[in-house]
Design a protein around this ligand. Structure first.
Ligand SMILES: Nc1ncnc2c1ncn2[C@@H]1O[C@H](COP(=O)(O)OP(=O)(O)OP(=O)(O)O)[C@@H](O)[C@H]1O
Length: 282
Protein backbone atom coordinates (compact mmCIF):
# COMPACT_ATOMS: atom_id res chain seq x y z
CA UNK A 1 0.00 0.00 0.00
CA UNK A 2 2.77 2.43 1.02
CA UNK A 3 4.70 1.51 -2.11
CA UNK A 4 1.63 2.19 -4.24
CA UNK A 5 1.13 5.59 -2.59
CA UNK A 6 4.80 6.50 -3.10
CA UNK A 7 4.56 5.39 -6.72
CA UNK A 8 1.42 7.51 -7.23
CA UNK A 9 3.11 10.54 -5.60
CA UNK A 10 6.19 10.12 -7.83
CA UNK A 11 4.04 9.88 -10.97
CA UNK A 12 2.15 13.05 -10.06
CA UNK A 13 5.43 14.91 -9.35
CA UNK A 14 6.78 13.74 -12.72
CA UNK A 15 3.55 14.78 -14.45
CA UNK A 16 3.82 18.23 -12.83
CA UNK A 17 7.42 18.52 -14.03
CA UNK A 18 6.44 17.56 -17.55
CA UNK A 19 3.55 20.04 -17.66
CA UNK A 20 5.53 22.93 -16.10
CA UNK A 21 5.25 25.87 -18.46
CA UNK A 22 7.41 28.92 -17.74
CA UNK A 23 5.64 32.27 -17.91
CA UNK A 24 8.44 33.54 -20.15
CA UNK A 25 10.55 31.28 -22.29
CA UNK A 26 13.27 32.67 -24.53
CA UNK A 27 15.14 30.05 -26.51
CA UNK A 28 18.30 30.72 -28.51
CA UNK A 29 17.48 34.26 -29.57
CA UNK A 30 20.02 36.12 -31.72
CA UNK A 31 19.99 39.54 -33.37
CA UNK A 32 22.45 41.31 -35.64
CA UNK A 33 21.67 44.82 -36.82
CA UNK A 34 22.67 45.82 -40.37
CA UNK A 35 24.07 42.35 -41.05
CA UNK A 36 26.56 42.15 -43.89
CA UNK A 37 27.23 45.91 -43.96
CA UNK A 38 30.03 48.02 -42.49
CA UNK A 39 27.59 49.03 -39.74
CA UNK A 40 27.00 45.42 -38.65
CA UNK A 41 26.36 45.14 -34.89
CA UNK A 42 25.85 41.83 -33.12
CA UNK A 43 23.39 42.73 -30.34
CA UNK A 44 22.33 39.29 -29.06
CA UNK A 45 23.90 35.86 -29.48
CA UNK A 46 21.99 32.72 -28.58
CA UNK A 47 20.23 34.20 -25.54
CA UNK A 48 18.01 31.83 -23.55
CA UNK A 49 16.10 32.64 -20.38
CA UNK A 50 13.15 31.13 -18.59
CA UNK A 51 11.08 32.92 -15.95
CA UNK A 52 8.59 31.04 -13.79
CA UNK A 53 5.32 32.76 -12.85
CA UNK A 54 6.10 35.33 -10.17
CA UNK A 55 9.83 35.55 -10.92
CA UNK A 56 11.29 39.04 -10.61
CA UNK A 57 14.45 39.10 -12.73
CA UNK A 58 16.81 42.05 -12.68
CA UNK A 59 18.99 42.36 -15.79
CA UNK A 60 22.32 44.16 -15.55
CA UNK A 61 25.19 44.68 -17.96
CA UNK A 62 27.50 47.38 -19.28
CA UNK A 63 26.84 49.68 -22.22
CA UNK A 64 26.11 47.76 -25.39
CA UNK A 65 25.58 44.46 -23.53
CA UNK A 66 22.27 43.94 -25.33
CA UNK A 67 19.83 44.73 -22.49
CA UNK A 68 17.65 47.18 -24.45
CA UNK A 69 17.62 44.96 -27.53
CA UNK A 70 16.53 42.05 -25.35
CA UNK A 71 13.72 44.08 -23.77
CA UNK A 72 12.64 45.50 -27.13
CA UNK A 73 12.56 41.97 -28.49
CA UNK A 74 10.32 40.79 -25.66
CA UNK A 75 8.02 43.77 -26.28
CA UNK A 76 7.91 42.96 -30.02
CA UNK A 77 9.72 46.06 -31.25
CA UNK A 78 12.73 44.15 -32.51
CA UNK A 79 12.36 40.90 -34.46
CA UNK A 80 14.92 38.21 -33.68
CA UNK A 81 16.94 36.68 -36.54
CA UNK A 82 16.49 33.30 -34.88
CA UNK A 83 15.06 31.81 -31.70
CA UNK A 84 11.66 31.58 -30.07
CA UNK A 85 9.89 33.73 -27.46
CA UNK A 86 6.90 32.20 -25.69
CA UNK A 87 4.62 33.65 -23.01
CA UNK A 88 2.80 31.13 -20.87
CA UNK A 89 3.46 28.46 -23.50
CA UNK A 90 2.25 30.54 -26.45
CA UNK A 91 4.77 31.37 -29.19
CA UNK A 92 4.61 35.17 -29.56
CA UNK A 93 7.74 35.50 -31.75
CA UNK A 94 5.81 36.58 -34.86
CA UNK A 95 3.39 38.90 -32.99
CA UNK A 96 3.89 42.68 -33.41
CA UNK A 97 3.99 44.99 -30.36
CA UNK A 98 0.28 45.85 -30.33
CA UNK A 99 -0.71 42.15 -30.40
CA UNK A 100 1.64 41.41 -27.49
CA UNK A 101 0.35 44.35 -25.49
CA UNK A 102 -2.48 42.21 -24.10
CA UNK A 103 0.16 40.02 -22.39
CA UNK A 104 2.92 42.52 -21.68
CA UNK A 105 3.06 45.87 -19.88
CA UNK A 106 6.07 48.15 -19.93
CA UNK A 107 7.26 51.09 -17.86
CA UNK A 108 9.84 53.33 -19.55
CA UNK A 109 12.66 55.52 -18.29
CA UNK A 110 10.78 58.72 -19.18
CA UNK A 111 7.91 59.18 -16.68
CA UNK A 112 5.88 61.08 -19.28
CA UNK A 113 5.64 58.12 -21.67
CA UNK A 114 3.27 55.93 -19.69
CA UNK A 115 0.78 58.64 -18.71
CA UNK A 116 -1.33 61.26 -20.51
CA UNK A 117 -0.39 64.73 -19.23
CA UNK A 118 -3.77 66.33 -19.98
CA UNK A 119 -5.79 63.68 -18.13
CA UNK A 120 -6.30 63.52 -14.38
CA UNK A 121 -4.84 60.67 -12.34
CA UNK A 122 -8.15 58.86 -12.17
CA UNK A 123 -8.79 59.38 -15.88
CA UNK A 124 -5.36 57.92 -16.65
CA UNK A 125 -6.18 54.94 -14.44
CA UNK A 126 -9.58 54.55 -16.11
CA UNK A 127 -7.88 54.45 -19.53
CA UNK A 128 -5.54 51.72 -18.25
CA UNK A 129 -8.50 49.89 -16.71
CA UNK A 130 -10.32 49.89 -20.05
CA UNK A 131 -7.29 48.69 -22.05
CA UNK A 132 -8.37 45.94 -24.39
CA UNK A 133 -12.09 46.70 -23.95
CA UNK A 134 -13.80 46.57 -27.32
CA UNK A 135 -16.82 48.85 -27.13
CA UNK A 136 -17.57 52.47 -26.33
CA UNK A 137 -15.56 55.64 -25.88
CA UNK A 138 -16.64 56.39 -22.30
CA UNK A 139 -13.99 55.96 -19.62
CA UNK A 140 -16.59 54.30 -17.40
CA UNK A 141 -15.27 56.18 -14.39
CA UNK A 142 -17.89 55.20 -11.84
CA UNK A 143 -17.77 56.19 -8.16
CA UNK A 144 -16.97 52.59 -7.28
CA UNK A 145 -14.06 52.47 -9.73
CA UNK A 146 -12.77 55.82 -8.51
CA UNK A 147 -12.87 54.45 -4.94
CA UNK A 148 -10.94 51.37 -6.06
CA UNK A 149 -8.26 53.55 -7.65
CA UNK A 150 -8.09 55.68 -4.50
CA UNK A 151 -7.48 52.62 -2.31
CA UNK A 152 -4.80 51.21 -4.57
CA UNK A 153 -2.90 54.47 -4.97
CA UNK A 154 -3.22 55.23 -1.24
CA UNK A 155 -1.33 52.02 -0.49
CA UNK A 156 1.75 53.62 -2.10
CA UNK A 157 1.86 56.10 0.76
CA UNK A 158 2.72 59.04 -1.52
CA UNK A 159 -0.43 61.09 -0.82
CA UNK A 160 -1.61 60.58 -4.40
CA UNK A 161 -5.07 59.53 -3.23
CA UNK A 162 -5.76 63.20 -2.48
CA UNK A 163 -4.83 64.21 -6.03
CA UNK A 164 -7.01 61.89 -8.10
CA UNK A 165 -8.61 64.85 -9.90
CA UNK A 166 -5.28 66.59 -10.59
CA UNK A 167 -3.79 66.49 -14.08
CA UNK A 168 -0.87 64.08 -14.49
CA UNK A 169 1.25 66.97 -15.81
CA UNK A 170 1.23 68.45 -12.28
CA UNK A 171 2.88 65.40 -10.72
CA UNK A 172 6.60 65.10 -9.98
CA UNK A 173 8.65 62.58 -11.97
CA UNK A 174 8.52 60.03 -9.15
CA UNK A 175 4.77 60.43 -8.60
CA UNK A 176 4.20 60.09 -12.31
CA UNK A 177 6.33 56.95 -12.45
CA UNK A 178 4.32 55.49 -9.55
CA UNK A 179 1.15 56.26 -11.56
CA UNK A 180 2.71 54.62 -14.66
CA UNK A 181 3.44 51.52 -12.59
CA UNK A 182 -0.10 51.26 -11.28
CA UNK A 183 -1.47 51.79 -14.81
CA UNK A 184 0.85 49.08 -16.15
CA UNK A 185 -0.27 46.46 -13.64
CA UNK A 186 -3.98 47.31 -13.43
CA UNK A 187 -4.89 44.59 -15.94
CA UNK A 188 -2.43 42.16 -14.40
CA UNK A 189 -0.09 41.56 -17.34
CA UNK A 190 1.52 38.14 -17.80
CA UNK A 191 4.87 39.91 -18.10
CA UNK A 192 5.92 43.30 -16.72
CA UNK A 193 8.92 44.98 -18.35
CA UNK A 194 10.69 47.73 -16.42
CA UNK A 195 13.00 49.58 -18.76
CA UNK A 196 15.46 51.49 -16.51
CA UNK A 197 12.35 53.04 -15.03
CA UNK A 198 14.20 54.80 -12.20
CA UNK A 199 17.15 56.05 -14.26
CA UNK A 200 15.74 59.55 -14.83
CA UNK A 201 14.91 60.12 -11.14
CA UNK A 202 17.02 61.57 -8.35
CA UNK A 203 18.38 58.91 -5.94
CA UNK A 204 15.78 59.53 -3.20
CA UNK A 205 12.86 59.42 -5.62
CA UNK A 206 14.35 56.34 -7.31
CA UNK A 207 14.26 54.57 -3.92
CA UNK A 208 10.59 55.49 -3.46
CA UNK A 209 9.70 54.20 -6.93
CA UNK A 210 11.61 50.97 -6.23
CA UNK A 211 9.65 50.53 -2.99
CA UNK A 212 6.41 50.93 -4.95
CA UNK A 213 7.73 48.57 -7.64
CA UNK A 214 8.51 45.91 -5.06
CA UNK A 215 5.04 46.37 -3.58
CA UNK A 216 3.09 45.98 -6.86
CA UNK A 217 5.25 43.12 -8.11
CA UNK A 218 5.09 41.06 -4.93
CA UNK A 219 1.45 41.83 -4.08
CA UNK A 220 0.24 40.62 -7.48
CA UNK A 221 3.03 38.03 -7.94
CA UNK A 222 3.82 39.54 -11.33
CA UNK A 223 6.40 37.95 -13.58
CA UNK A 224 8.78 40.85 -14.02
CA UNK A 225 11.95 41.68 -15.90
CA UNK A 226 13.70 44.89 -14.90
CA UNK A 227 16.70 46.37 -16.70
CA UNK A 228 18.83 48.65 -14.55
CA UNK A 229 22.26 50.22 -14.35
CA UNK A 230 21.84 50.52 -10.59
CA UNK A 231 23.83 47.63 -9.13
CA UNK A 232 22.46 48.24 -5.63
CA UNK A 233 18.91 47.81 -6.93
CA UNK A 234 20.05 44.65 -8.70
CA UNK A 235 21.29 43.26 -5.38
CA UNK A 236 18.35 44.50 -3.29
CA UNK A 237 15.41 43.55 -5.50
CA UNK A 238 14.10 40.53 -7.35
CA UNK A 239 14.72 36.82 -6.93
CA UNK A 240 16.85 36.48 -10.08
CA UNK A 241 19.92 38.39 -11.16
CA UNK A 242 20.68 38.07 -14.86
CA UNK A 243 24.00 39.41 -16.11
CA UNK A 244 24.61 40.26 -19.75
CA UNK A 245 27.76 41.03 -21.62
CA UNK A 246 28.51 41.36 -25.33
CA UNK A 247 25.04 40.15 -26.28
CA UNK A 248 25.11 37.03 -24.10
CA UNK A 249 23.74 36.01 -20.73
CA UNK A 250 26.90 35.45 -18.68
CA UNK A 251 25.27 34.90 -15.30
CA UNK A 252 21.91 33.93 -13.84
CA UNK A 253 21.74 33.86 -10.06
CA UNK A 254 18.82 32.93 -7.86
CA UNK A 255 18.13 31.75 -4.30
CA UNK A 256 21.16 31.61 -1.99
CA UNK A 257 23.53 32.46 -4.83
CA UNK A 258 21.74 35.75 -5.40
CA UNK A 259 21.49 36.51 -1.69
CA UNK A 260 25.23 35.85 -1.29
CA UNK A 261 26.13 38.25 -4.10
CA UNK A 262 27.85 41.44 -2.97
CA UNK A 263 28.66 44.66 -4.78
CA UNK A 264 32.35 43.72 -4.86
CA UNK A 265 31.66 40.28 -6.35
CA UNK A 266 29.20 41.70 -8.84
CA UNK A 267 31.66 44.29 -10.07
CA UNK A 268 34.42 41.67 -10.21
CA UNK A 269 32.16 39.39 -12.26
CA UNK A 270 31.83 42.06 -14.91
CA UNK A 271 35.48 42.96 -14.86
CA UNK A 272 36.92 39.46 -14.85
CA UNK A 273 34.51 36.84 -16.15
CA UNK A 274 35.28 35.75 -19.68
CA UNK A 275 32.33 35.56 -22.06
CA UNK A 276 31.69 31.87 -21.34
CA UNK A 277 28.26 31.41 -19.72
CA UNK A 278 28.33 31.37 -15.93
CA UNK A 279 25.07 30.16 -14.46
CA UNK A 280 24.65 29.81 -10.72
CA UNK A 281 21.21 28.71 -9.66
CA UNK A 282 20.46 27.75 -6.10
N1 LIG B 1 18.67 49.94 -33.80
C1 LIG B 1 19.96 49.60 -33.79
N2 LIG B 1 20.70 49.69 -34.91
C2 LIG B 1 21.99 49.33 -34.91
N3 LIG B 1 22.66 48.85 -33.85
C3 LIG B 1 21.97 48.75 -32.70
C4 LIG B 1 20.59 49.11 -32.61
N4 LIG B 1 20.18 48.89 -31.33
C5 LIG B 1 21.24 48.42 -30.67
N5 LIG B 1 22.33 48.33 -31.49
C6 LIG B 1 23.66 47.83 -31.12
O1 LIG B 1 23.47 46.57 -30.46
C7 LIG B 1 24.38 46.44 -29.38
C8 LIG B 1 23.58 46.24 -28.08
O2 LIG B 1 22.92 47.48 -27.78
P1 LIG B 1 21.82 47.66 -26.63
O3 LIG B 1 21.30 49.04 -26.76
O4 LIG B 1 20.88 46.54 -26.69
O5 LIG B 1 22.74 47.52 -25.34
P2 LIG B 1 22.41 47.97 -23.84
O6 LIG B 1 22.92 46.88 -22.95
O7 LIG B 1 20.99 48.31 -23.70
O8 LIG B 1 23.32 49.25 -23.68
P3 LIG B 1 23.03 50.60 -22.81
O9 LIG B 1 23.18 50.20 -21.39
O10 LIG B 1 24.13 51.50 -23.26
O11 LIG B 1 21.66 51.09 -23.15
C9 LIG B 1 25.25 47.70 -29.38
O12 LIG B 1 26.41 47.42 -30.11
C10 LIG B 1 24.38 48.71 -30.12
O13 LIG B 1 25.19 49.67 -30.78
Amino acid sequence: MLRQLKQRHLSSVNAMRETYIPMLSVEGVSKTFHAGTVDERIALTDVSLKLAAGDFAVVVGGNGAGKSTFLNMLAGEVTPDSGVIAIDGRDVTPLPTHRRAQHIARVFQDPSIGTAAALSLEENLAVAHRRGAKRGFSLGLTTALSGEFRDRIASFDLGLEKRLKAKASLLSGGQRQALSLLMAVLQRPQLLLLDEHTAALDPRTAEIVMRVTHQVVTESRLTTLMVTHNMQHALDYGNRLVMMRDGRVVGDLSGDAKRAMTMEKLMATFNETPDAAMTVNA
